[in-house]
Ligand binder design. Structure first.
Ligand code: F6R
Length: 605
């Protein structure tokens, strides 16, 4: 999704802006641009190609400046085109970059058009530029403060004006924005990663805050104009995540990091007690009568797996709902429910809004399972479990999903213990299984050559079906999502029992069917479903446990997993499906880390 970086320093900041944009590339974008106050005045350069293209043009133009703002845009209002790329100018003197969506932009646009402003883009951002320009009388900070009071929706903005080349003004409401401080200047960005190696202290802005940076000073005021006295905090921004090493893509690197991610998550875990989820967790978990999980996309599928665990292990009623649905309906809620949000980024607009909605309905027992400690969701939830997946760069979530599953399994066993459904012996068996996961995941990665062979065949198809039952149904959903989002093959997942209620009509020789068949109580049912597919000529690709009673034959291709892994098997079955999506997409020549139309952190609804 869109990214902002701005800098004001003693030296030329253009390289810092470009480097910041490069670090934001992982979020997904379709255009990029910079605006700087140079010796010649306000200068802007934009591109609808990669940041590297913008960089070469900036170098050729020898653009230098001590202050400026830059942006990667993921189109919302208006097609990906130069005229819609940020920064947006007003009066050739003021430049704005913006993340988010302004909901009342049409009314403002009419008003500003009537006042004589000409619009050259289709964006809501141009409205912000003209609005600030119309309110500017020499004080940029005051003009931005007045302008944001008129904006409805979500935004993070950074603004510069040619009259005050040593100042950057920023503001946020519902979209992340932070300030980075360093000895030789100050920075603003939508993601701390953009400032890796540049800033060492960070000040996270709250909704309603407006800030002003010079190279030596930082001023922040709240919505009500009160000065904010918070000191910038020292946090280390991970660098290793942005180094690709020997891998071809971030997605591949992140798939292969999973054993280490799970090991890091489990390091020091010797008992499954509420304290694992923070100091407030014992009180939060005490006396809950149900669990309400809210999430989007892959995180939602982690929630679906968790429902099976929570109901089977902790015997607690669990509902899982897509956050964008929950936030707009009138759910019947319980004040004793534990509301669990699951999010890699902690900034997903729909999940955040659903959480706020649940809180407004009196649901105060909240837990977030999140991968970004500084995110809004972590700040908003009473209790939080921070997954230790590290920065996830590939747009398609992989290692964060695995880490979520491990955290949610620990939650299920913890609640099971608290509610008297898990004995001490059972807990220690679960712990043993958990600690065995890193090694099991390593064996899963060794299946890669076999998966590559499947991927070569799948890459020629345009559709695929994924089947699973019980715990494996959400895994099938996740497998289908991974395949469609990065290879653009249309893929759907069904609980295998549903096949004959409709989707079987799609099965022909041209329809590959990927089936997950662990050696569990559902094995015989799955085998019958596979025969139903074979009888219609469908090619079946089966991921089966080592001892599962199914063998390769005409039209049935079996890859065997190292061992049956009981309730934790979804963590393992996920890996070959990630690899299948990855290699299929590579074979089709797709841009794996930046799938078309998608963004890493979905901060708009
Ligand atoms: C798919 C994917 C998305 C995210 C979804 C929620 O690979 O990554 O479906 O899972 O956008 O994002 P988070 O987890 O950041 O809330």
């Amino acid at each position: 999704m869109c990214g902002i970086v701005g800098a004001v320093a003693r030296e030329n900041i253009v390289p810092a802006l470009v480097e910041g944009l490069r670090r934001l590339e992982y979020r997904g974008y379709d255009s990029c641009g910079v605006a700087v106050n140079s010796a010649r005045g306000l200068e802007r350069m934009r591109s609808i190609e990669r940041v590297s293209h913008l960089d070469s043009r900036l170098r050729r133009a020898r653009l230098e400046s001590a202050s400026g703002i830059a942006h990667t845009r993921w189109a919302t209002h208006g097609a990906p085109a130069i005229r819609n790329a940020h920064p947006m100018l007003s009066g050739d003197a003021l430049a704005v970059v913006h993340n988010g969506i302004i909901e009342n932009y049409e009314a403002l646009r009419d008003e500003l058009s009537n006042a004589g402003y000409a619009f050259v883009s289709q964006t809501d951002t141009e409205v912000i530029a003209h609005l600030i320009h119309s309110l500017y009388d020499g004080d940029l900070f005051a003009a931005v403060r007045e302008a944001v009071q008129r904006l409805r929706g979500a935004y993070a903005i950074a603004v510069v004006h040619e009259d005050t080349p040593h100042i950057i003004v920023g503001a946020r409401e519902g979209s992340p924005l932070l300030i980075g401080a360093a000895e030789d200047g100050n920075f603003i960005a939508s993601d701390a990663l953009a400032l890796t190696g540049r800033a060492d202290r960070f000040l996270f802005l709250d909704d309603g805050d407006v800030c002003e940076l010079t190279r030596d000073t930082i001023r922040v005021v709240t919505r009500n104009g009160e000065p904010v006295e918070r000191e910038p905090q020292r946090i280390s921004v991970e660098n290793s995540a942005v180094e690709l090493g020997s891998y071809r893509h971030y997605m591949q690197k992140e798939i292969f990091e999973q054993p280490e991610v799970v090991a890091a998550t489990l390091r020091g875990v010797e008992a499954l007690t509420p304290e694992l989820f923070g100091d407030a967790a014992p009180a939060t978990f005490d006396g809950i009568d149900s669990v309400q999980i809210l999430a989007c996309g892959t995180s939602y599928y982690a929630g679906l797996v968790a429902k099976y665990w929570l109901e089977t292990i902790a015997k607690i009623k669990t509902d899982v709902e897509i956050a964008s649905e929950y936030r707009y309906r009138e759910p019947v809620t319980s004040r004793r429910a534990l509301v669990v949000t699951i999010s890699q980024s902690g900034e997903t607009a729909d999940t955040l809004a659903a959480l706020k909605y649940a809180q407004s309905l009196g649901q105060t027992r909240t837990l977030t399972v999140c991968n970004v400690p500084s995110s809004a969701m972590v700040q908003l939830c009473g209790t939080r479990y921070l997954t230790r997946a590290g920065q996830e760069v590939g747009v398609a979530s992989t290692k964060a999903f695995t880490a979520q599953l491990v955290a949610l399994f620990m939650l299920a066993v913890t609640l099971g213990r608290e509610r008297g459904h898990v004995t001490a012996l059972r807990e220690s068996q679960y712990l043993q299984q958990l600690h065995g996961l890193p090694q099991m995941l390593t064996s899963m990665l060794e299946l890669e050559p076999q998966i590559v062979a499947w991927a070569t065949r799948l890459a020629e198809k345009e559709n695929a079906l994924f089947l699973g039952r019980g715990l494996q149904y959400p895994v099938a959903l996740e497998g289908a999502l991974k395949l469609k989002e990065i290879s653009y093959i249309h893929a759907e997942a069904y609980p295998a029992g549903e096949l004959k209620h409709g989707p079987l009509a799609l099965v022909t020789e041209a329809m590959p069917v990927i089936a997950i068949v662990p050696d569990d109580a559902m094995q015989e049912k799955m085998k019958s479903n596979i025969q139903e597919v074979r009888a219609r000529g469908g090619q079946v690709y089966v991921l089966a446990d080592k001892d599962a009673q199914i063998a390769s034959e005409e039209g049935i291709h079996v890859i065997r997993m190292p061992a049956h892994y009981g309730p934790l098997s979804p963590v393992l079955y996920t890996v070959p499906l990630q690899l299948l999506a990855y290699h299929t997409a590579c074979t089709r020549g797709a841009d794996v880390d930046k799938p078309r139309n998608l963004a890493k952190s979905v901060t708009v609804e």
